[in-house]
Design a protein around this ligand. Structure first.
Ligand code: B12
Ligand code: SF4
Length: 411
């Protein structure tokens, strides 16, 4: 990615040091620096800011505080600043170890900016908009392409809000993105490519016809980990779920047949649920084990357990091949297909953790959001899983528009 973490950390420390100087009347810059770095857990020689950086941070604070006079606002701003600092502290920019300048020459014709919109506006502005902005500044003629569930669900909104985005890939990226690049490479008009949205010369948003879903998903090549810093990815535990060792994400299925009201799943994948063949999934696991010594897999599926028989066939394949790996389903799965036989297979095949997603303890809310969960079945599934070695988690959403104190009581 693009951020230079050492530099960011220095600025965070400078900012905190400036606060310490203001709050505690400290005059010794070195003392303030060390105290700030220590309180943020960033105490290495690389992270200590220069006096000049602290002066700048102080000036920024003073500018803000001169304009905002009441103490309530000051407290609010400071809290916000701390939130931002925490965000930076937690954000680990050495994920791929590539700086913007180093990344661009590798892709001279087209630049890719990959993001999921976030509820937190501040994170959005800092981490996403700036990246696109920086790329455009360096390479004004580049084409910025985004994809993923958010822009697919809301292409107009995404293009309207983000001047720097040129093209959105709607839905699955494999065919559409390739087609787009081929067009650009041959100097053809890419605006005819199926499955994209873009802004035309009059500023109007055009959404092209969507491509049909890829059905032969066994034929999709494995992720190209050779072109990615896989060891850094593993070391920084970028995977979702609990730490089970050297872990990477994997996908066993695409889509979900349900239609919960709050979920953008159907816009992304339609309601068609497709599972890879057990052999194909385990082939990838074995390949990753042999090539990169990966021993733990996090399934990123929207809902892995839909078809009881197919999941059992996957477990059987994994047990038969005996490749000594563990796996987890942290993204939330349906409970309808879970029975004792399946739990036994899941446990035997190395499943360590699974999450269910009832979303609410209130039957009324579940009805409103069309969760379609049979509560009795759900409780049975939790009981069966709890008796096994598999640890089970549940996703609960707090704050559906219809939620109130009474509903919370049922959580
Ligand atoms: C893993 C995951 C996470 C992990 C990511 C960790 C990691 N290192 O990967 C964590 C836990 C951090 C996470 C956090 C959040 N997540 Co999440 N997450 C997922 C999950 C389960 C899997 C993503 C994935 O790998 N999918 C598999 C790949 C193959 O699919 P894909 O990403 O859609 O990519 C395909 C296409 O979209 C396209 N494509 C995608 N990007 C791009 C980019 C380009 C340039 C191109 C050309 C194509 C392209 O090509 C791909 C292949 O076809 C999805 C659900 C799902 N099954 O997709 C939710 C999901 C993406 N998350 C979601 C949400 C809401 C969040 C949070 C906002 C939750 C919260 N309230 O905090 C945060 C946001 C974090 C952030 N900063 O953006 C929603 C997004 C909804 C939306 N409309 O945007 C999803 C869809 C779940 C859901 N159904 O509600 N998430
Ligand atoms: S079950 Fe999960 S993935 Fe499927 S529609 Fe509901 S929330 Fe979305």
């Amino acid at each position: 990615m693009i951020f230079d973490s050492a530099n960011n950390n220095r600025l965070i420390v400078a900012s905190r040091a400036a606060e310490i100087i203001m709050e505690e009347g400290v005059t010794d810059y070195l003392f303030a620096k060390k105290k700030a770095a220590k309180s943020l857990g960033l105490l290495t020689s690389d992270n200590l800011p220069s006096n000049h950086e602290i002066d700048n941070a102080l000036k920024e604070y003073q500018n803000i505080f001169q304009e905002q006079v009441d103490s309530e606002t000051i407290v609010k701003i400071k809290k916000e600043a701390l939130n931002i600092m925490t965000l930076f502290k937690d954000f680990n920019p050495h994920l791929t170890g590539q700086l913007l300048e180093g990344l661009i020459p590798k892709f001279p014709k087209i630049q890719i900016n990959l993001f999921t919109d976030n509820l937190k506006e501040v994170e959005y502005i800092l981490l996403n908009k700036n990246i696109a902005f920086d790329i455009k500044k360096l390479y004004p003629n580049c084409i910025i392409v985004v994809g993923g569930e958010h822009p697919t669900a809301l292409p107009e909104n995404t293009l309207q809000k983000n001047d720097f985005i040129d093209v959105i890939i709607l839905g699955e990226g494999e065919e559409t993105f390739l087609n787009l690049i081929e067009c650009i490479d041959k100097n053809l008009d890419y605006r005819n490519v199926k499955g994209i949205a873009y802004k035309n010369e009059n500023g109007n948003i055009v959404t092209n016809e969507r491509r049909t879903r890829i059905t032969n998903i066994d034929d999709i090549p494995y992720p190209d980990w050779d072109n990615w810093s896989i060891n850094e990815y593993i070391d920084h535990q970028q995977i979702t779920g609990v730490n089970l060792g050297r872990g990477i994400p994997i996908l066993g299925t695409r889509g979900c047949p349900y239609d919960c009201t709050f979920c953008s799943n159907d816009r992304m994948w339609t309601k068609r649920f497709i599972m890879r063949s057990p052999k194909n999934i385990v082939d990838e696991m074995e390949f990753m084990k042999k090539k990169y010594n990966v021993t733990a897999f996090s399934f990123m599926d929207s809902t892995f357990i839909i078809n009881n028989k197919k999941v059992i066939a996957f477990c059987e394949e994994l047990i038969k091949r005996d490749i000594s790996v563990s796996y987890q389903l942290p993204a939330g799965t349906r409970c309808e297909a879970i029975n004792q036989e399946l739990v036994n297979f899941l446990e035997k095949s190395g499943l360590e953790k699974l999450s269910l997603a009832p979303e609410s303890g209130s039957e009324e809310i579940r009805k409103i959001i069309k969760k379609k969960i049979d509560y009795k079945k759900f409780i049975e599934a939790v009981k069966m899983l709890s008796k096994s070695k598999i640890s089970v988690g549940c996703f609960i959403v707090i704050g559906f528009p219809e939620d109130n104190k009474k509903q919370f009581g049922k959580q």
